[in-house]
Design a protein around this ligand. Structure first.
Ligand code: GLN
Length: 490
């Protein structure tokens, strides 16, 4: 039944609907693929019994004519989403064997629509990272390899498990989160589609918090249409998250395949950064040509504060993280390392439970929020954030969407940037602006580099205009006709 794992989500849902196969068959095929792919280390917890049980329940619903829009489709869940009764760790030792008594709203929405859970996916610890190397469970290995090389590559981060498992056909789609690029960069590194919706589209309730003003959930999928189907199910108002938007969720899948004729697409000149590989520049030009052929008007635009986005992000995100992570004190969740008194217990627990990157973020965050530095760093970063949002507002007076590369390189080697945090942070140069401004952004696989590794193009939309991104993404997907898959070595 391995061919069932090659299906797109849409094709699988069609096959379930016309009874070509059952959810139990489809789920079994994926459970087997997951078990056979342990060398990728994409899953930190496999839940095969639960998957089969959910699949059987789905088949029973379908037999009664009560199937939901995702009924019977096996998905992977990033281990940042709390799942009731199923260990949820954020890939941090500090959460230990934390078993939530509640379900995140996003995953609850997926189960409401009939989806099946295969297990929990690896990520950078608390979603802090761009390579999935900061996880407490060991890095995810990208299913892709450079031509003629066996060197292990990173799938990107922080949603590396989500991206790798979709690319390797272990699941039909996966949940992910994006605080500064964690959906889009791993999608670009693995030849998959990822969309971070507008801030507020998806509820953050039950998603372990990293930086609350930037965090947003979204899907990683095999195709633009699959991403649209998943996002529709994940989105919606939730009274339990005061930042979740109380507005109607558009029918995202209906935007895929729509004509993009006459749409104006902006090319921000500031995204031409020094040292960007010529191939990425070339791919960007190619993307422009594809959109022109599809009838779009291409307009050069300026986002003058772009160069301040990365430093501003690496102040705002750690500041919020240092505050959010204060709750891990050994009293309420997971790990506790006893000390001689309460303060020592806090210190021992936090020293033992957090990894080095998380400690670095807490130190940076605490520093920029401390008296005397607050104005110079944190307030300044908030002002930069406002300017960046204003830049986008001005650009969107002239254009309907923007096209940029997703990341400044293809997937890099494990360990390559691991001892240079700043080099690692530079990966997020094209993605963080979107989070700072709360806008939707999508990565579409558009080609391969000289080594045969996938490269992605990013579309940035107006707030709440994911629909246009799905139309443009569909047009790019059609033109790029990206069919490459990683050669199976695991
Ligand atoms: N790579 C960025 C960081 O380390 C973004 C992470 C994310 O989006 N969760 O903060």
């Amino acid at each position: 039944m391995t061919s069932l794992t090659k299906l797109t989500l849409k094709a699988a849902l069609d096959g379930l609907a016309d009874k070509s196969f059952s959810s139990e068959e489809l789920t079994k095929a994926h459970v087997e693929a997951v078990a056979a792919a342990r060398p990728l280390n994409a899953f930190v917890l496999e839940t095969p019994e639960k998957a089969i049980e959910m699949a059987k329940a789905s088949d029973a619903r379908r037999a009664k004519g009560e199937a939901g829009v995702l009924d019977g489709a096996p998905l992977g869940i990033k281990d940042l989403f709390c799942t009731q009764g199923v260990r949820s760790t954020a890939c941090s030792n500090i959460l230990g064997n934390f078993i939530p008594t509640y379900e995140s709203t996003v995953t609850a929405n997926l189960w409401r629509d009939g989806a099946v859970m295969l297990g929990k996916l690896n990520l950078d610890e608390f979603a802090m990272g761009s390579s999935n190397e900061t996880t407490a469970f060991g890095p995810v290995i990208n299913p892709w390899r450079s031509e003629g090389s066996n060197a292990k590559l990173t799938p990107g981060g922080s949603s590396g498990g989500s991206a790798a498992s979709v690319a390797a056909d272990l699941c039909l789609g996966a949940t992910a989160t994006d605080t500064g690029g964690s959906i889009r960069q791993p999608a670009a590194f693995t030849g998959t589609v990822g969309i971070k919706p507008t801030y507020g589209r998806c509820s953050r309730w039950g998603v372990v918090a990293f930086a609350s003003s930037l965090d947003q959930a979204g899907p990683i999928a095999k195709t633009v249409e699959d991403a649209a189907i998943l996002l529709k199910s994940m989105s919606g108002h939730d009274a339990k998250d005061s930042t979740s938007l109380d507005i109607e969720v558009p029918d995202f899948p209906s935007f895929v395949g729509k004509s993009v004729k006459g749409l104006r697409v902006g090319i921000p000149k500031e995204y031409r950064v020094d040292g960007m590989p010529a191939e990425i520049e070339k791919l960007w030009e190619q993307g422009i040509a594809w959109l022109k052929d599809a009838g779009c008007e291409i307009v050069e635009v300026s986002l003058p504060h772009t160069k301040y986005a990365l430093p501003a992000y690496y102040i705002v995100a750690p500041a919020e993280a240092s505050s959010n992570l204060a709750r891990y004190d050994g009293m309420r969740f997971g790990l506790r390392e006893e000390g001689a008194n309460l303060t020592e217990t806090y210190e021992n627990t936090r020293a033992a439970g957090f990894g080095p990157e998380v400690k670095r973020r807490i130190l940076i965050g605490t520093y920029v929020l401390s008296a005397g530095y607050y104005d110079a760093y944190y307030l300044k970063a908030l002002k930069v954030r406002r300017r960046i949002a204003d830049d986008f507002d001005q650009a969107f007076e002239k254009v309907d969407a923007l096209l940029t590369p997703t990341a400044p390189s293809a997937a890099f080697g494990l360990g390559e940037n691991a001892d240079d945090p700043v080099a690692m942070y530079l990966n997020d140069i094209f993605t963080v602006t979107v989070n700072l401004a709360g806008l939707p952004g999508m990565s579409i696989p558009a080609g391969v580099d000289v080594n045969g590794l996938p490269l992605g193009l990013q579309l940035i939309g107006k707030a709440l205009d994911e629909g246009t991104l799905f139309s443009l993404g569909g047009a790019l997907e059609k033109a790029a006709d990206f069919k490459a898959k990683p050669a199976k070595w695991w």
